[in-house]
Design a protein around this ligand. Sequence first.
Ligand code: NAG
Ligand code: NAG
Ligand code: NAG
Ligand code: NAG
Ligand code: NAG
Ligand code: NAG
Ligand code: NAG
Ligand code: NAG
Ligand code: NAG
Ligand code: NAG
Length: 622
Amino acid sequence: MFTSQMPEKGPNFGWVMRSNNPKVQWWFKLLTMGVFLGILIVWGIDGLNVGSFQRDFVLLKVNSSGKFSPTFKDFSFTNISLRPHSVNTHQNLNQDFARKNLAPKVAPQQINLTENQGNAPDFSLEMVTNVSHKEPELVEVSRPRVHRWISAELEANYSSNLLTNWLAPGGEPCRESRTVDVNIPALDGRENVELSTGDIHEFVFHALDDSGKPHCLGGDYFETDLAGETWKSRPPVKDLGNGSYQFSLQVHPHFSGDYNLTVILLFRHYEGLKFSPERFAYDKVLRVIPVKFSKFSVELPELSQCKKSDLVRDVWSGRWTRHAKNNSCPISNDGRYRCQEPNFPCQKPWCDGPLGLLESNGWVYSTHCSFKMFSSEEAWNCLNDRWIFWWGDSNHCDTVRNILNFILGVDMKAVPRRVDMNISNPRNPSQTVRFTNIFNGHPNETGNYQGLNSLADADYRELLKGYFSGNVVPDTIIMNSGLHDGVFWSSLRHFIKGADYAASFWAEIFDGMRQRGLTPPEVIYRTTVTTGGYARRLAFNPNKMEAFNGVVLDKLRAHGLVDRVIDDFDMTYPWHYDNRCNDGVHYGRAPAKLKWRDGQIGHQYFVDLMLGHVLLNALCTR
Ligand SMILES: *[C@@H]1O[C@H](CO)[C@@H](O)[C@H](O)[C@H]1NC(C)=O
Ligand SMILES: *[C@@H]1O[C@H](CO)[C@@H](O)[C@H](O)[C@H]1NC(C)=O
Ligand SMILES: *[C@@H]1O[C@H](CO)[C@@H](O)[C@H](O)[C@H]1NC(C)=O
Ligand SMILES: *[C@@H]1O[C@H](CO)[C@@H](O)[C@H](O)[C@H]1NC(C)=O
Ligand SMILES: *[C@@H]1O[C@H](CO)[C@@H](O)[C@H](O)[C@H]1NC(C)=O
Ligand SMILES: *[C@@H]1O[C@H](CO)[C@@H](O)[C@H](O)[C@H]1NC(C)=O
Ligand SMILES: *[C@@H]1O[C@H](CO)[C@@H](O)[C@H](O)[C@H]1NC(C)=O
Ligand SMILES: *[C@@H]1O[C@H](CO)[C@@H](O)[C@H](O)[C@H]1NC(C)=O
Ligand SMILES: *[C@@H]1O[C@H](CO)[C@@H](O)[C@H](O)[C@H]1NC(C)=O
Ligand SMILES: *[C@@H]1O[C@H](CO)[C@@H](O)[C@H](O)[C@H]1NC(C)=O
């Protein structure tokens, strides 16, 4: 497998960071040419008007037919309808595979789930979990079981382990083979799959090659989706490293009903991490399995509103839940969807405050804790007199603009890639906040596709240092990175070095502030978005962005830099299968009643508004 990876461009990448080295110039040119020849990217400049979204990260139009769009293909706030339970969908999708070669099928079994049955019948499906030793009280029919929420974790030593696994040698045929399908012993061949709400249902599946034999090396990238009318989440997948994977399903008892579990094989054996991954994309829907979640007497610990101390987890495993639906909510002339009154309330515990402000027609995100929606007044009271430093890609420009327009009530059409502004509350001019936004996609604000390598530019480093060298420094830095890195770094190994350099650069700035007796800013790391639709196969595909998120966090943590993490990857994930909520790489483009990437008029922007409120939670709660 290793032989098929991108050859390394040089033995050591450290020197690239030293921009006075003449080799760098040569190397940059070569690499830059490689970028353009390799994936045919059209350079784009982030324009300042709302119609210009196409110019940033605009890429080749790809053939998107046959793509999976779980519920959003025909997302329309006016006509969402639940179609009948169709059981055999996955078999149709799998016609091309030699089913006879799959492992022995489990005989379909009628699942009987009734409210007062003590023994959760779904456990018969879970060959992985030894229930009997985990659930000693199962036999007690009357006592409701209190369970935990699903959670995900960033592996220790993330970068080095990822590299090691990626380099794992082939040799045996089952390590050299290529995955084309999977075998989910507990689900394949079953009809009317019914699971209990509340419980965490774990399933193991195995990668199979084109002759139906097990593939025995990890690193395949599966997209998983659990979607019902009022719930959307990404079931976490764990790579066991030997061709077996495990995923977990959980639905809160309030949301019992019909769901589809979808499994897509996007990339095989870390191929999404390649410099130019598009031609390696597999992108096949392997299963769409209808699953009924039936109410069961299991209690989950109630979510509480996020406190600062909650926002330290590196990886989240949240869900979007729906609490309203206006069936006649057309797009307005200004591109907005005002489906509920602005003060339409949140339903506890899923969020707190006015849900109507999200303009999501009832959807809201929560994770291991839930979020408050900020009114303009509350947001101003919190931000007054503060200095927030934003360091990230063009998604930051969108998020800052959306926070200004939607939350703070400041009319601003666009936020430039480099700007330092003192903004005052239009309703109370005594309140001001300072926002500094510095683009990190390229050392030149008009450039693209350098990412963290921007820090190789001495002038750019000085520009950043300038904001932290005075007697007053920002009180918070909100960082993101990833999309431009996805296009720049020739291999994972190089990116790890680049991320390590970026972390040490900031650590040095922070040390400087401490030495001058100043309190360094709090650092909020906001992970990269999950790229959507056609962009799922490109240089910044979800496989690579998820790995890059892990590497950056690993390196920032190693330098003691991160105070809070906001996992925007998880937040955007359920909406990334098509371009209804994104243009591929941005979820926060300004509302506009114009033809969108997917051919429809207008687009949904609530996923980024949610991020705006989540950021305010991180900035404002104790
Ligand atoms: C797109 O791909 C599908 C199947 O992969 C093929 O049938 C179709 O002709 C392609 N369309 C274009 C415009 O290339
Ligand atoms: C939505 O449904 C209504 C009636 O059910 C129909 O008249 C209308 O054309 C539909 N709109 C779309 C966009 O399909
Ligand atoms: C599941 O997928 C099928 C096929 O796409 C669709 O008809 C059905 O409405 C979906 N069910 C849910 C609950 O989303
Ligand atoms: C399911 O269980 C209930 C209660 O134990 C029983 O009355 C019912 O007949 C069962 N249904 C099936 C289909 O087995
Ligand atoms: C499950 O747990 C029980 C009790 O601890 C044990 O006897 C049994 O061997 C376990 N089964 C498996 C498959 O691990
Ligand atoms: C992580 O790396 C450190 C240093 O190489 C090592 O001591 C530690 O055991 C590793 N931890 C894990 C969980 O691999
Ligand atoms: C794969 O690894 C897991 C975890 O180490 C192990 O439990 C499982 O038995 C292995 N599967 C195969 C097919 O070797
Ligand atoms: C649904 O949306 C329409 C259009 O914005 C609005 O006029 C109507 O009042 C809304 N209905 C409800 C029940 O909120
Ligand atoms: C914003 O205000 C601060 C403090 O009053 C000042 O130092 C800074 O120069 C101002 N920035 C701009 C762009 O006006
Ligand atoms: C930034 O790029 C533009 C256009 O490519 C160029 O004109 C300008 O000189 C560059 N600025 C710097 C500081 O390199």
